[in-house]
Design a protein around this ligand. Structure first.
Ligand SMILES: Nc1ncnc2c1ncn2[C@@H]1O[C@H](COP(=O)(O)OP(=O)(O)OP(=O)(O)O)[C@@H](O)[C@H]1O
Length: 142
């Protein structure tokens, strides 16, 4: 998972189209993080991406290392870092999913370890779909 600037979206006069597209991006990112099988995740993500006019740019955004210094982790790396998303490592909970404490190797060649917080987005999270707080469902972090 990573943070990024989303610059590939064209400005359109129809705000509803734009809002709908943004939601699909969020859904796809959430699904990618929540799935436990990389191949299943990738194939379903690819088919879902066909809905996008700019599906190539979208897929590149998810898979390529950009020119910034953000480090891209594979799902298996994050799974390993959190010992399989162990419930004993849950350190918090947000509307979109659980946050786990994890440990990853540094990339500076020093062989040192780095503590990280890993958020596993929950595809069943409803925070973004319901505007009313009373209708939000909490996630189950165990
Ligand atoms: N980097 C971090 N270090 C330590 N604890 C963290 C870190 N990030 C998140 N947490 C813990 O996880 C909790 C939930 O964080 P999260 O970012 O999911 O909150 P949120 O912004 O409310 O979530 P959401 O965007 O899903 O509504 C935090 O309140 C905190 O206890």
């Amino acid at each position: 998972m990573r943070c990024f600037h989303f610059t590939g979206v064209e400005r359109r006069e129809d705000e509803e189209v734009e809002a709908s597209r943004s939601w699909k991006v969020s859904w796809a990112l959430s699904f990618g993080a929540a799935s436990s099988n990389f191949d299943t995740r990738r194939s379903e993500l690819e088919s879902e991406s066909r809905e996008f006019d700019d599906s190539v740019a979208f897929y590149a955004m998810l898979t390529q290392r950009r020119t910034n210094d953000l480090r891209v982790f594979s799902f298996s790396e994050l799974k390993s870092a959190t010992r399989g998303f162990s419930r004993v490592l849950v350190i918090g909970e947000g509307g979109f999913g659980c946050v786990f404490r994890g440990v990853v190797s540094s990339v500076d060649g020093s062989n040192s370890k780095m503590d990280v917080a890993v958020k596993q987005l929950n595809r069943n999270g409803f925070q973004a779909r319901y505007p009313f707080p009373s209708l939000r469902r909490s996630v189950d972090c165990g």
